[in-house]
Design a protein around this ligand. Structure first.
Ligand SMILES: Nc1ncnc2c1ncn2[C@@H]1O[C@H](COP(=O)(O)OP(=O)(O)O)[C@@H](O)[C@H]1O
Ligand SMILES: [Mg+2]
Length: 493
């Protein structure tokens, strides 16, 4: 790493000479200027890491140069060095963005430490900025996957809202539809992106703590308040506050919050004055807040305040085809993380994914893919490790359609049906039969299995034979016949 370069701005030749020797001795590169004009020129043409800036310069005040430098190059560390250590000068220097203020005659030890601290601060700031950029990319709209019309419409609206200066936004959608993701995308896609994104999960924090969490408290506000504490409204200055699961907030707090939103100011717990804040509010709920407000569980006035701009996140089942796009992306992600080489979904799983209802939406899909990828031994995701919910879903519908045929008939039909059936249709195919009746490696006792299924069907329908038969996809007569046969077989033993 190249040594940091320090620009010394002083019209006094001997001061420059002394500093050049000292700086080189500490391992820095050195450059110099004698006037405000030449200092600004030097900063513009090849910005140094830090400037040691004198106040009394031939063509103007170093304090003016300071403001100019900081406005053009905020990342340059400026340390004022002057014989005129008046209080007013010091105050103005610090206000103007100087890192520090050192009096002449110079104490070189003091200067060395100040400079080192200044440069360290600069490095940290740069690092934070770089991380912020990565972060911004990580949460940007580009990370959101979806090509379906429902998703595209929602994203267009969210982008518009991000760029607007709307003071409040309400996100509504089932659990797992991406509310957290959209909230941070709106923040990082707005002109508040450089400000903080502060999130509060209203469901996770006890109501008694939420107030001090939000508004902070004054020293002595309660027994444990040993020192003043900043709340989220202060922390989020210039940024965004995200109220996740706002539907869980107690009614009393809802009232307080509404007042804060309306006044644009809050009060610390135990505090006496209203403090104005500057933060955009994003609220999210998986409940229908309008319905909640009708039922008296959510304040209607707060709902109207929040829902001036409302974004409804579509469920995964409303996003035709997106499920496969998302699955492919998650597979790619987990391949990297798990060091696997899964290439995709088997045709059966593809078909299943397109028909499953996904009550847990994208989160459910993501978790499922992670789990299947850990368990899968082949290089595509097969039905081998699919959980019950999915397997059952596939067989639940066809049973009613093939009511009259026996299980053996179904197995025969399956082969032909699968040849005719399109990938998206809800017809029987051999895979589905295979899913429900997958033969375990150790084999099964077919008679015992039949008996168990018959018993379950009777129990399930509370003895209604017609319904029990329908559950098994056979006629009532077939049902009776099978029960008799099982009985007879039992007696024979
Ligand atoms: N459109 C999308 N593209 C990619 N990942 C998504 C998308 N929507 C949601 N996710 C992922 O799904 C999971 C759940 O999303 P989240 O925002 O926490 O949902 P919610 O807050 O609505 O419950 C997260 O891992 C998120 O990254
Ligand atoms: Mg969430």
């Amino acid at each position: 790493m190249a040594a940091d370069r320090i620009l010394v701005v002083d019209d006094d030749h001997s001061a420059r000479w002394m500093l050049s020797e000292a700086l080189k001795g500490w391992g820095y590169q050195y450059s110099e200027a004698q006037t405000v004009q030449s200092a600004l020129f030097a900063c513009d043409s090849d910005p140094p890491a830090a400037v040691l800036l004198d106040i009394d310069l031939p063509d103007g005040s170093g304090l003016k140069a300071l403001r100019e430098i900081k406005s053009r190059h905020p990342e340059i560390i400026v340390i004022m060095v002057t014989a005129n250590v008046f209080f007013e000068n010091a105050v103005e220097a610090l206000r103007g963005g100087a890192f520090d203020f050192i009096g002449k005659p110079l104490n070189l030890n003091e200067l060395e430490v100040t400079l080192r601290n200044g440069l360290e601060t600069r490095r940290l700031r740069r690092r934070v900025k770089a991380l912020g950029r990565q972060q911004a990319h990580h949460f940007s709209f580009e990370q959101l996957i979806g090509e379906s019309p429902a998703m595209k419409n929602m994203l267009t609206l969210a982008r518009k809202v991000a760029e607007s200066n709307a003071s409040a936004v309400l996100l509504q959608g089932e659990s797992g539809t991406g509310k957290d993701l959209i909230a941070s995308s709106i923040h990082y896609g707005s002109n508040r992106a450089d400000g903080p994104f502060v999130a509060l999960n209203c469901a996770a924090i006890p109501g008694t703590l939420i107030e001090s969490e939000l508004f902070g408290y004054e020293k002595g506000a309660f027994t444990d308040a040993k020192a003043r504490k900043e709340g989220m409204f202060e922390q989020a200055e210039g940024g965004t506050i995200f109220f996740d699961e706002i539907g869980e907030l107690e009614l009393g707090l809802q009232a307080k919050l509404l007042r804060v939103f309306e006044q644009g100011a809050f009060r610390r717990v135990g505090g006496l004055k209203d403090i104005p804040y500057d933060a955009r509010i994003i609220a999210a709920s998986n409940r229908d807040l309008k319905a909640e407000s009708r039922a008296g569980r959510f304040r209607a006035d707060l709902f109207y305040r929040l829902s001036i701009i409302q974004i409804d996140l579509p469920t995964l089942r409303e996003r035709d085809g997106d499920v496969l796009l998302l699955a492919a992306n998650f597979i790619e992600q987990f391949n990297k993380r798990l060091g696997k080489r899964i290439t995709g979904l088997s045709p059966e799983v593809t078909d299943l994914f397109l028909r499953y209802q996904w009550p847990g939406n994208v989160r459910e899909l993501r978790n499922l893919i992670e789990r299947l990828m850990i368990l899968e031994e082949s290089n595509v995701i097969t039905t081998a490790w699919l959980p019950h919910e999915l397997l059952e879903f596939t067989t639940a519908q066809p049973v009613q359609q093939v009511e009259q045929s026996a299980v053996t008939d179904q197995l025969q039909n399956a082969a032909t049906a699968s040849q005719v059936a399109g990938a998206h249709s809800i017809t029987y195919n051999d895979n589905e039969i295979g899913l429900k009746f997958r033969l375990p490696a150790g084999g099964v006792d077919l008679n015992a299995l039949e008996k168990s299924l018959l018993q379950q069907a009777i129990k399930h329908t509370k003895g209604n034979q017609t319904k029990a038969a329908a559950l098994l996809g056979i006629s009532r007569d077939q049902f009776r016949y099978r029960i008799k046969r099982v009985d007879a077989a039992e007696e024979e033993r």
